[in-house]
Design a protein around this ligand. Sequence first.
Ligand code: FES
Length: 105
Amino acid sequence: MSTLIVENRAGQQLTLPAQASLTLMDIMRDNGVEEILALCGGTCSCATCHVIVADEFADIVGAASDDENDLLDCSDHRTGTSRLACQVVFSDEMDGIRVKIAPED
Ligand code: FES
């Protein structure tokens, strides 16, 4: 089983089992990471699933869409590797990827 490593807002690292074809948001919610509110249910309209991808994994995750970029621009905490977790589909080549949950806006 592949893994997704998540740093929560308290600075704790959580190692989660990750299944290909699920979004990062689904993986976190399924594993009880409640800081990811995902209020819109993954339809790219709330930005409550904002995560910051570790630099070394940015290329593998790829670029955000225009809609995702527009939403991320509304965050005071956007970084160069910010993504909405509901818009990133996990694949096995992402095994071990590290993301940090962005501060709440
Ligand atoms: S869950 Fe709403 S934008 Fe990701």
